[in-house]
Design a protein around this ligand. Structure first.
Ligand code: GLU
Length: 313
């Protein structure tokens, strides 16, 4: 049974959990393979909980925007599923990869079909699907518009400096896309796919905005605050399943073991998790462990799940 908490109690539980992992902040390394990400202050630490009733609890730097990076893959997947439905699964698998997020090894054995939509290769194929029938600019506008819709916040934007920085250093992602193109699993030019991909990874959002924008996944695909049906109930369940199995790179099993909630992390140091029927939680701390997940963020989520007794298992 997942417990609900009174608003004041929720704030206290969040503070207690985050205070208990404060000394983990700064442990690990800030992502530096995208030069613009290396400039972030490693001491930042924020967390936000938003319940399906709209109660909000914030901690630390919860309202400061950061680069959401791979968390954006959940938005692009949701949009692509709404666009082409189950056809998407002919181009991307839905199995945990057990390999690094940017690995190329599995792609050769599996003939250009990425393991899942949350590794880089999978997200590049998803981006290619989003580009079908539209220009780069309208595709970017569609992604941004979707995020405005689910967050209720039209101020959210691409950080052009981060997008440029990633595009200039995107050799690994370009290789993945070219490799998939050799198996006919990328239709558009690799340059166009990378333009859109690097932009959606470069969306800037705060923990509070992220928690708000994932709420539809905690309530059967319907945004509990705006009452808008964003995806069908079945699709929301499937997206949550994929996050549970594949949301944290090759440490997805470890994350499920420690936190027990479906979620997605990004190399900007953010992680969002969904507590079905109850709430969403977003955390941010830029220093990453060796798998690319926020070190203090993972510890904070483990502590929050323990304090709130929120767990789907
Ligand atoms: N834009 C990053 C990349 O493609 C995303 C990585 C991540 O957050 O996992 O390498």
């Amino acid at each position: 049974m997942t417990r609900r908490h009174e608003p004041n109690e929720l704030k206290k539980l969040l503070s207690k959990a985050c205070d208990s992992v404060r000394n983990e902040v700064g442990v690990g390394k800030v992502a530096s393979y995208i030069p613009a990400l290396a400039r972030v202050n490693p001491e930042k630490f924020g967390a936000a909980i938003i319940t399906v009733d709209g109660e909000t609890a914030l901690y630390g730097d919860a309202q400061e925007a950061f680069s959401i990076q791979s968390i954006s893959k959940v938005f692009s997947l949701t949009l692509a599923l709404n666009k082409v439905g189950d056809h998407l699964w002919t181009r991307v698998g839905r199995e945990p990869s057990g390999n690094a997020f940017n690995s190329i090894v599995q792609l050769e054995k599996e003939r250009g079909i990425p393991r899942n939509p949350l590794v880089n290769a999978g997200a590049l194929a998803v981006t290619d699907i989003l580009l079908q029938g539209q220009s780069i600019e309208s595709c970017k506008a569609q992604l941004r518009g979707f995020i405005h819709r689910v967050s209720g916040d039209p101020s959210i934007h691409f950080d052009e400096e981060v997008a440029r920085s990633e595009l200039e250093t995107a050799n690994r992602n370009a290789s993945l896309a070219h490799f998939m193109k050799s198996f006919n699993n990328i239709e558009h030019s690799v340059e166009d796919v990378l333009q859109v991909y690097c932009h959606h990874c470069a969306i800037s959002m705060s923990c509070e905005q992220l928690a708000r924008s994932f709420l539809f996944l905690s309530q059967n695909g319907q945004d509990p605050l705006s009452r808008e049906q964003i995806v069908s109930e079945q699709r929301a369940r499937r997206i949550n399943s994929i996050m549970m199995l594949c949301g944290h790179y090759d440490a997805s099993g470890d994350f499920a073991f420690r936190v027990g909630l479906p979620g997605k992390s990004g190399v900007g140091g953010g992680i969002v998790v969904v507590v079905p029927d109850v709430a969403t939680i977003a955390v941010w701390s830029p220093c990453l462990n060796s798998n690319g997940n926020s070190h203090a963020g993972s510890a904070a989520l483990e502590a929050i799940a323990r304090e709130t007794q929120w767990n789907i298992l």
